[in-house]
Design a protein around this ligand. Sequence first.
Ligand SMILES: [Zn+2]
Length: 211
Amino acid sequence: MLSSILSLLQSLFYPHYCPGCGTEVRGKGVLCDSCRRGIWHPRALQPLSLDCLHLDGLFFLMDYAGGIQKALQMAKFQGREDLLPRLAEEWKQGTLREKKFHWQLGPEVRLAAAGIPTDPGRRKKRGYDLPEEIFQPWCRQEGYRWETLLVRNRPTRPQYGLAPEERKKNIKGCFTLTRQENLPDIVLLCEQRCLRLIQISKCMHSRKNRI
Ligand SMILES: [Zn+2]
């Protein structure tokens, strides 16, 4: 009751407008229903077909287009911190609706989620880290442990505006594991573009300390 009154007051005083089309959004998500429908595309991809030999799965919730692309760019480049809880809500609600994101794991499987770390300089300037802000609320809901498993070992150029080959070159070998021992069996690497998860397990164990 109290939360519904609070959300009513919130929408009266701080209305939120869909980044895709500009209409007012009543719920907690970032997009209106119509814009969400336009880019809704949950899927699990086989990484072998994408030349990602060290990954076990890639899970996307939406296409990187329309309102979600705008919202992520606004949060990333325009300091729109207010969009972060709404982006987190899109992911949380989206994964609840989508069966591909429901994994049956035994209690012996050690699973952890980790963000792909932002360049420290850009993180400091921005004041927040997008993967953490978007995916940690979902981890709390699902009971997944969030761990800092990767760090950047050198500065990189922003990926934005680079050609695909330059992007690969820019980040090649720039991440290092924070520890070598006692690694989780499955790591869900969280990356905000397309609201996607990268399930990675073999690589953590088969490649010494870099991915
Ligand atoms: Zn819209």
